[in-house]
Design a protein around this ligand. Structure first.
Ligand SMILES: *Cc1c(COP(=O)(O)O)cnc(C)c1O
Length: 233
């Protein structure tokens, strides 16, 4: 890449970020919500440092990754060069990766079973780190998808608090591809009210404005910022 191509790439990233930020601002306003009440998580999975750094340069500080291994390879060098970044785990967490995840991430959106909740609590106590935690809810009750069932959400949040001494910030969902996402966003909001938590991690490139209308506190946007991923992502 020559210098001009590098500069064009950086301008493209800055422009994509400005566009998404403007759309988030409009959605906040349309929903009667305060400007800046929605946190944009830039989902950088499958993209390398050369694609991520222009966004950091344009002022983005919160990033999301769905694989612990991939994040462990990518983010320590980026963090060594840039301060003030926050990294969110938005993909499934296996028990043998909990220690690594607690060391690497600032937030986990995929707490979905007692064993993982207990291990996260133990690891945070051991290391003194405090992560922001979301419980993933399988709002579509899809057999292949992670997350607690909607009917169990409030009880699981209470168990996290009472049995594992965890503070749960909110709930997270990934609606089924072939269903109206708004129904799932509305359901997640109701479940959060029942569970007594305020955070709502919902909305991706195709539907983040709709999610903001339903009260999303965190939107997770990948392809609209970084472009299309390979087939395996
Ligand atoms: C990849 C991913 C996203 C971002 O998806 P886009 O459609 O590219 O915005 C959001 N949430 C989760 C859990 C993901 O795995």
């Amino acid at each position: 890449m020559n210098r001009q191509e590098q500069k064009d790439g950086d301008d493209g990233a800055a422009q994509a970020l400005a566009d998404i930020r403007a759309r988030i601002g409009e959605a906040e306003q349309a929903a009667g919500r305060a400007a800046g009440s929605v946190t944009l998580i830039a989902v950088s999975k499958t993209f390398g440092g050369e694609a991520i750094e222009p966004l950091i340069g344009a002022g983005q500080t919160v990033f999301g990754e769905n694989r612990v291994q991939e994040a462990a390879a990518k983010w320590p060098p980026l963090r060594a060069r840039h301060g003030g970044l926050a990294l969110h785990l938005i993909g499934p967490l296996q028990s043998n990766k909990v220690a690594q995840a607690v060391a690497l991430f600032d937030a986990i959106h995929t707490v979905d079973r007692p064993k993982i909740a207990r291990l996260i609590g133990e690891e945070m106590a051991k290391t003194g780190r405090r992560l922001e935690l979301f419980v993933q809810v399988n709002t579509g009750e899809e057999p292949q998808k992670a997350g607690v069932m909607p009917a169990q959400a409030a009880a699981f949040v209470a168990q996290c608090r009472d049995e594992f001494a965890l503070t749960i910030s909110g709930l997270m969902c990934i609606p089924p591809l072939d269903e109206e996402a708004g129904l799932h966003f509305a359901l997640l909001r109701t479940l959060a009210e029942q569970a007594g938590v305020s955070g709502l991690s919902m909305g991706m490139s195709a539907d983040f404005e709709k999610a903001i209308g339903h009260g999303a506190s965190h939107v997770r946007v990948g392809s609209a910022l970084f472009g299309h991923r390979g087939a395996l992502a």
